[in-house]
Design a binder for this molecule. Structure first.
Ligand code: ZN
Length: 304
């Protein structure tokens, strides 16, 4: 359905040999066009577990636009996080960019250290730059036993240092604190301190906090079966009327103004959404107004 209704979009589903659902990858044309044409070349990748009966993982690629707002680029549902599933994800991303004539290969990816990402990225985008989320790096340090107020303070000074001088000064204090912590941080392969970041990316984020709100939005839907999950979130709109904004939900046939629910005939806000979505308003009117109910009632009563 995505391909005919959203031309040039990328939608791919794969099955197992026994025709069971295996994976799917989706990116709408507007998403990839917007990203390639207007976002900084940094992509946050993440995997979130699905909590429903069939389990699975949702892998996502999210960017940020010039207003620091999240810009979803692509998502994929797979059975588990592994080298294979991440390779499949990155290959699709690569074909997606190629479809929009972007031959760029040196994208910057920021993420936690999720299983399979490193190898998969190296295979598909060998020229990509990797950034690690400093929040995640700090947790790794904590797990290794380096914590406390002093370490916490020095770690974040080093992480947020805009120049090498400040960075080295904080690092030398970390060395005094614990030489092993210093060695560990010196050997981190991904970029993490702000002064290390590539200027051409034009983005000084060294944490993935900027997309936490995206995860918060999808959380409520992650216990749904795959098909329902992919359709989730649709049908919700906001319609401005003067100074007031009304929430309109097509699925529930409801508008914040209350008129639609009261009359079972779409209010003007509902109609705005219905026409915007190129739907037929008659489908949103109660059967009482269409004579349909009377017929079905008559049928029921005439059956002994
Ligand atoms: Zn209304």
């Amino acid at each position: 359905m995505i391909k005919p209704t959203n031309p040039e979009s990328y939608a791919l589903i794969t099955w197992t040999d026994s025709l069971q659902f295996k994976a799917c990858f989706l990116s709408f044309a507007a998403q990839v066009k917007g990203f390639v044409g207007g976002c900084r070349p940094i992509i946050r990748i993440d995997g979130a577990h699905l909590s429903g009966y069939y389990k699975g993982v949702m892998l996502t690629a999210v960017a940020i636009d010039g207003n620091k707002e999240i810009f979803v680029l692509a998502y994929e549902i797979v059975d588990t996080e592994s080298i294979d599933s991440w390779t499949y994800f990155f290959r699709n991303l690569r074909s997606l960019f190629a479809q929009y004539e972007s031959q760029k290969e040196d994208w910057t990816f920021i993420s936690d250290r999720m299983r399979g990402v490193e190898s998969a990225l190296f295979e598909v985008f060998p020229r990509a730059t990797r950034r690690i989320c400093c929040q995640h790096l700090y947790s790794n340090c904590k797990a290794a036993g380096w914590s406390g107020a002093t370490f916490h303070k020095m770690f974040w000074i080093a992480a947020n240092a805009y120049n090498e001088y400040v960075f080295e000064k904080a690092m030398s204090k970390i060395k005094d604190f614990d030489a092993a912590a210093y060695d560990y941080l010196k050997n981190v392969e991904e970029q993490w301190s702000v002064h290390m970041l590539d200027r051409t990316v034009c983005c000084d984020h060294n944490t993935t906090n900027f997309v936490e709100s995206f995860n918060a939005i999808t959380k409520a839907n992650r216990d749904m079966p795959v098909l329902t999950l992919l359709e989730a979130g649709g049908g919700e709109f906001e319609v401005r009327d003067g100074h007031v904004k009304f929430p309109v939900t097509l699925g529930n046939i409801a508008c914040g103004c209350g008129k639609w629910q009261g009359s079972e005939i779409p209010c003007k806000h509902g109609l705005k959404v219905i026409y915007n979505q190129r739907l037929d308003p008659r489908d949103f009117v109660s059967p009482f107004y269409k004579g349909l109910l009377t017929n079905s009632l008559m049928e029921t009563t005439s059956t002994p």
